[in-house]
Design a protein around this ligand. Sequence first.
Ligand code: NAP
Length: 316
Amino acid sequence: MGTTGTVLITGTTSGVGLNATRALVNQGWTVITANRSPQRAAAAADALDLPKQRLTHVLMDLGDLDSVRNAVAELPASLDALLCNAAVYKPKLKQPERSPQGYEISMATNHLGHFLLIQLLMDRIKVSSHPSRRVVILGTVTANSKELGGKIPIPAPADLGDLSGFEAGFQDPISMASGKGFKPGKAYKDSKLCNMITTQELHRRLHTETGISFTSLYPGCVADTPLFRNTPKAFQTIFPWFQKNITGGYVSQALAGERVAQVVADPDFAESGVHWSWGNRQTKDGLQFSQELSEKATDPETAQRVWDLSLRLVGL
Ligand code: NAP
């Protein structure tokens, strides 16, 4: 086990973030949770009997850039690790839902809110004296076309196209990074692709200078978290069954939380620039490996444009 410290985790009311919080406080870490309802975050932690003295709950709506800024103003001057976990997935939307700044909600929450948070917290992570400072971002298989799960054409694979939607300001009527027509399931995949691009670009730009480790991961298919609450009811029954019995890709929320905690805290996961995976069909004791990412996630020119355009969209 590595040295303990203080980690900020986004999205801890349920699922992977809640279970990663549990694993980390049980290892002795102090966790600052960032949620749009700190009350619900506290209730979820209480339901698992997590020690209150190791937890602070702050209000942060990742979909609202002003809320991210306000929350950061209240955070401590030094942080040892940041875990970008919160996400929304809204595949049934007929029309794009908009953030307070006018951006499509899954890109706003999953990518832009976290992008701003990372930029605003970088100096506080830099000054930490922790021996292994880390920024960890949840990626996903469905946004990595190097893997089978990333090739699924329903509704379309992740693809930022020529980034003309970002370039044009990403406001109504634009809802996709590519500037093409709205596809809500693809909007989620595109936002997760941006998460993985961001990790790679953070590594390229800042790892040598700061010594901070930047990694992303796919913890496995945690098919029964509330992430899928906006899918059809039949899907919510069939999908976990399918992942458990057919693909073997299913992992429990508890195991996913332990995997995420390892990437945050375990010395074996200190290397920067890695996208960690345990594979779709690994057994419970299967070991982690460095999963190759698609060119869409690793191409430095795309990443530089995503970085510059994201800076502009978050107002930096
Ligand atoms: P989840 O249970 O729905 O957790 C998502 C968390 O994000 C919740 O705490 C939710 O809080 C929070 N959140 C949503 N919108 C927010 C906002 N605007 N501001 C702050 N927090 C917000 O889903 P999960 O499956 O654990 O997903 C966690 C991460 O794992 C995501 O990044 C997801 O992409 C990734 N992932 C999941 C899977 C999987 O199979 N489940 C696979 C690969 C990657 P509320 O209660 O307020 O909604």
